[in-house]
Design a protein around this ligand. Sequence first.
Ligand code: 5GP
Length: 361
Amino acid sequence: MEWCVSLPKVELHAHLNGSIRDSTLLELARVLGEKGVIVFSDVEHVILKNDRSLTEVFKLFDLIHILTTDHTTVKRITQEVIEDFASENVVYLELRTTPKRNDSIGMTKRSYMEAVMEGLRAVSTVDVAFAPHNVDAGSLRESLPINDACDGKRKKIYVRLLLSIDRRESTAAAMETVKLALEMRDLGVIGIDLSGNPVVGEWMTYLPALEFAREHGLYVTLHCGEVPNPKEIQAMLDFIPQRVGHACYFEEDDWKKLKHYNIPVEICLTSNVVTASVSSLDVHHFADLYNAKHPIVLCTDDAGVFSTSLSNEYKVAASAFGLGKREMFQLAKNAIEFTFADDGVKQDLRNIFDLATKKLD
Ligand code: 5GP
């Protein structure tokens, strides 16, 4: 595990509200319990539970959102989540979150995102590079993030944001999110994710907003094939998103199409097994995709909800699929090519991995 921690890593599928520390959730629950908004003893065991079906996961998110959807808390969890990823040598993080309205406290989707940005700026334990257009590329190059747990240097992390559309949302609400993403491009927002309970909603509801996003140069990644829904899977692949997440319930035609379009897959091993989307690691599609040299990237999904970390996902993959250090290193490095980052950032990341290669043995 130690080696998996010190390995530089790229995280491309992490939901903000799924990545919160248990200790923070419990603290927030206690405060709301004291205010009489919730009954603490009822929610404590829900937060600490380890096994969760996909249905239970979405119930838990409803609870988490009650605990976190105010500006101060959104800022806090953003800060903590970034610090946690950086502390395990994640050198590039694409963090996704669903901009939310909460009329009772005057929260708009924009003010929610402003709180996220405040959280980014509040990180003090590591250096965060997040604004692609506003920073002078030269000075950014000079401060190359060399994440090396052993050399005593201050850690640095690149962070980019993806705005999620929740499948419960209308076409108009999805469009509002895409327009907000376009307005926040200079602040590091680079793409759109479609997520939320996969048994809710229809693909056609989100399609206009996703097409609009793509027409305006935003990257798109889709949660695809988390439940058996052959028509939707085919429609999503025909959209040719830049990446898909999960791909658990793919059939032969879906694999063919995925490979034909060479669409990278965000693989979330622990999440897939805990939610029983895949019955066990022995039958996980990671192995087939890896052997076929199809683009894949290991990700956490929800490090808090599934009690995992990116280092742990690397450890799980190494032991389940019999991969050695060098193979895991290459897997981590390959992920650079599937990021939505610009070429300059990709080159910086390649340099980081090249430096780390020397310490492999
Ligand atoms: P947030 O967007 O509020 O920061 O992060 C939590 C949200 O991400 C959830 O409410 C849900 O919409 C989405 N999410 C988190 N994990 C999953 C997952 O495994 N599958 C899907 N489809 N959506 C998820």
